[in-house]
Structure formats: C-alpha cells, structure tokens
Ligand binder design. Structure first.
Ligand code: 5CA
Length: 437
C-alpha cells in the first residue's frame, strides 16, 4: 500500500477521550474511529490486524477439527424464549422490533441459534460429535463501554460450539479447544494464561478464561510463576490423542491460576511465596462446558445406538477478536508507539523514502515495494524524514526499510527492527531476505 494514497490518518496529539494506551495508540495510528459509544469503524490498517487475528484463529481451529460457519447477527426473540434467556439476559441485550412488530435482537452470542440449527439438521448419534464456529459481530449494550475496542458494545468475536454424545466426549472437546486456544495465542506472539472462571450468563459448571497480562487489565489475577516459562502451546501434543489432551489439560490446570472472582486464599497460601505472582489481566477468551442445558430446554436430541433419545452435551468457546487488537498493544508497545508481533502486524515492513523525488532513492524504494507487494506500506509522502520515522514507530511495523540518497547510490538500505531498535546497513537483497525470513 502507498501511504500517500491510503486512509491511515495518524494523529500526533494524544486523544483526550482515550484513557489507556492501546486506545490512544489505535486512534493515533489511524486504525479505528469511534462512531458511537463503544462502536467503531475499522480503517484499512486496523482491519488488516483484525483479519490477521481472525485468520490465525481459523488456521488453528481447522487443525483442531472445527468447521467454520456464519450465522446472522439479527436473531428472533422466540429462539431466546425457548432457552429462557430472553428475559434473563437483561439490559445488555439490544432488542429490536421489525416492521411487523416482531421482536428481534442483535445477537450477544449464539448458543440458541446453533442448537436450533442442529435440532433441524442432526437426527442420529452417528452425526455426532460436531464442532462448529463462526467469526461474527456481536452486540452487548455494556453499561460502561470503555478502553476502546477492549470493552466495546459492538465487537468481533469467534464463537465456537461443541456437540457430543456423552460427558467424557464433551470434556475431550473442551480440552481440545483449550489446546487450540493456547496455540492460537502463542502464534499471535502473546502469552495468555488459562484461569479457572465463573460461567456467568452462559451457564454450566466448568469454565476457563484466558488472560493476557497487562497493568491496565480489568481483572486481578493470581498465578504460579511457572506460567512465565512453560511452553503454553506445546507442539508435542496431538489433537486426536486423548492421552495428550489429558496431559496438556493437567499441565495447564495443576498450577495455580485464578482471577479475583475465583481466587482461593487458602490454596494460594500453600504456594511458596517466591512462586506467587499477582497482577492484572485482559480476558481475551473464555471456554465453557454446560452439558445438556440448551439441548434439553430446546428439545434437541438424537437417536442413540439402542433407539433411546440422547440430549447432546455441549460447550461453547469464545475469543475476543477485536479485543485482541487492543490487548496485544497493551502487552506490546513503548513510548514511541505500537510494537506489532510479526504474525498480526498490518504490514511486515514500512519502506521509508527519505528523499521523495530523488531519482535514485525513488527507484530503490519502488524496487523494494515491487518485491514486497502487499506486505509493505510504502511511505512515499512528500514529508520530512522525522515525520516518517515517527509515524513508522507509531504504527509499529516489525521492520523499517529506510532509504536515503547516500545509501541508494550504493544500492544499500538501512534495516531497522522495531522491537529491538537494532539497525544495519544492508544490500537490498540482504535486507529483503531478513524481512521475508
Ligand atoms: N458464548 C460464549 C462463548 S462463545 C461467550 O459469549 N463467551 S464470553 O462472553 O466470554 O465472550 C467471549 C469473549 O469475547 C470474551 O472472552 C472477550 O474476549 C470477548 N468480549 C466479551 N465482551 C466483550 C466486549 N464488550 N468488548 C470486546 N470483547 C468482548
């Protein structure tokens, strides 16, 4: 993308309405613009991050055997009356009436809808298990939308649902999703810790939240310091081997980790003081096992091998895709701006042309841009070098390819790594090899 022709409206001043660093940086880097309280438009570079995160989720969910679907955002109130949640959900639900005065709502989650789809589509035990997910906009009329995309009213969520024939199979699905989640977060370049959690309006008796540590997190968290060093997405485990899923689940749950809601001071006191860590966390995902809660209430059953009907055991699995854009920034930034992990960055590299209009410099920049294509943001603006440096640091590209007339004459560029600040003078080929590695 050429910056001179892009809508990436960076801002130098600190926006007054933003209380925390990720919100400030997302506004300043031109990623998002607020439309109403807790409702945002995603501009080109913000949308690229959102898509990168969603695609990491897709790839790892596919490995875990989940199928992607897409359900509507608008749902019928009758569906939610079947589960009893239409009244129970309260003022967080955005309720709408259509022209025929039918009660509708903007979905805050989709347990009911998918249970109804399954009820129509699946009749036999042979059709189970099933694991399905979507990545779709949700609406929750939060009392206090704040912190930008971290607590929005409209937000982008991955929501997954499992349907199994018995308790053991449902627990296996739950563990498979936990492994998938840990790999998803690791691929994104962040450390997320699974913590015992309350189930809230989703219901059920087994739940974990995944927290990225950040001083601005909304939850207090207590965890064993071992979580700072273990491999959280362990590659030796196979999704299809029950013993692996069990070993992984044991490894994740035998160490202490709890949010303030579930904190157990007695168990905490038994951990050696030097191993205790307290801090704050941002909840970027939550998984639930809730058994037959929805399948029973909504009359979804399949015929079992002996002819008797079975209510499938269910779980649901959420990831805050739009929240992650902010959470990753909370965990990865400095005074100059965002430091994107490579896997989610909107662009792998920025090309900074320090002498726009100088034939040799322009030529080298164009060569770099032709080779990198869509992976690069080419700063071809007629602007001062200082402004280009500041904007590149603010936007947080993992690499900066800095091209001035002196280097260009020798076919050389300066390559800067955003995370470390390391710089090196390299030939065009060597620089490209590093950026594309
Ligand atoms: N049905 C279940 C699992 S799909 C569910 O809705 N779970 S949830 O309520 O925990 O939401 C899943 C994830 O969405 C959360 O972990 C969080 O990361 C994200 N999320 C929830 N509310 C908001 C919000 N208001 N703004 C941004 N992200 C949110």
């Amino acid at each position: 993308m050429r910056l001179s022709r892009s809508l990436i409206p960076t801002i130098k001043e600190t926006p007054a309405e933003a209380q925390i660093v990720s919100h400030r940086l997302m506004l300043r880097a031109g990623m998002i613009r607020q439309q109403s309280a807790g409702i945002y438009a995603w501009l080109p570079s913000g949308l690229r991050v959102l898509h990168n995160i969603a695609n990491i989720v897709r790839a790892e969910q596919a490995r875990a055997g989940a199928q992607e679907i897409l359900m509507p955002t608008i749902q019928s109130a009758d569906l939610w009356r079947e589960s009893g949640r239409y009244d129970a959900y309260g003022p967080e639900m955005l309720r709408i009436r259509d022209r025929h005065d039918r009660e509708m709502l903007y979905g805050p989650t989709n347990e009911e809808m998918l249970t109804a789809i399954m009820r129509e589509s699946v009749q036999s035990y042979r059709d189970l298990p099933q694991m399905l997910y979507q990545i779709q906009w949700k609406f929750r009329d939060e009392v206090r939308p704040r912190f930008g995309v971290l607590r929005g009213r409209e937000f982008y969520m991955k929501d997954g649902y499992s349907f199994d024939l018995d308790y053991a199979a449902a627990v296996s699905s739950y563990r498979r999703m936990m492994l998938s989640y840990m790999r998803i977060f690791r691929t994104m370049g962040v450390r997320a810790i699974p913590m015992r959690a309350d189930t809230g309006p989703i219901g059920g008796d087994l739940s974990h939240e995944f927290h990225i540590l950040a001083p601005t997190g909304e939850s207090g968290v207590f965890y064993d310091k071992a979580f700072e060093s273990i491999d959280l997405g362990n590659d030796t485990y196979n999704y299809d081997t029950q013993a692996d899923l069990d070993a992984f689940f044991d490894q994740m749950t035998k160490l202490y980790a709890a949010t303030d809601e579930k904190h157990d001071p007695e168990a905490w006191a038994k951990i050696p003081e030097t191993d205790r860590r307290e801090g704050r966390g941002i909840e970027v995902g939550q998984i639930f096992y809730f058994g037959t809660k929805y399948s029973e209430k909504m009359g979804f059953s399949v015929v079992g091998p002996d002819g008797a009907r079975i209510h499938p055991e269910m779980g649901s699995y959420g990831i805050g895709v739009s929240r992650l854009t902010g959470a990753i920034i909370e965990a990865s930034h400095d005074d100059a701006g965002i430091i994107w992990p490579d896997a989610v960055a909107p662009f792998r590299a920025a090309i900074l042309n320090l002498r726009q209009g100088d034939a040799t410099t322009d030529k080298l920049c164009e060569d770099l841009y032709a080779r990198l294509g869509d992976a690069a943001l080419y700063d071809d603006r007629d602007a001062r070098a200082g402004e280009k440096f500041a904007d590149a640091d603010l936007m947080g590209h993992p690499w900066q390819l800095i091209v001035g007339p002196r280097g260009a004459a020798k076919n050389q560029v300066e390559l800067k790594r955003r995370r470390t600040g390391e710089r090196a003078e390299l030939s065009l080929e060597d620089a490209l090899a590093k950026v594309l590695a």
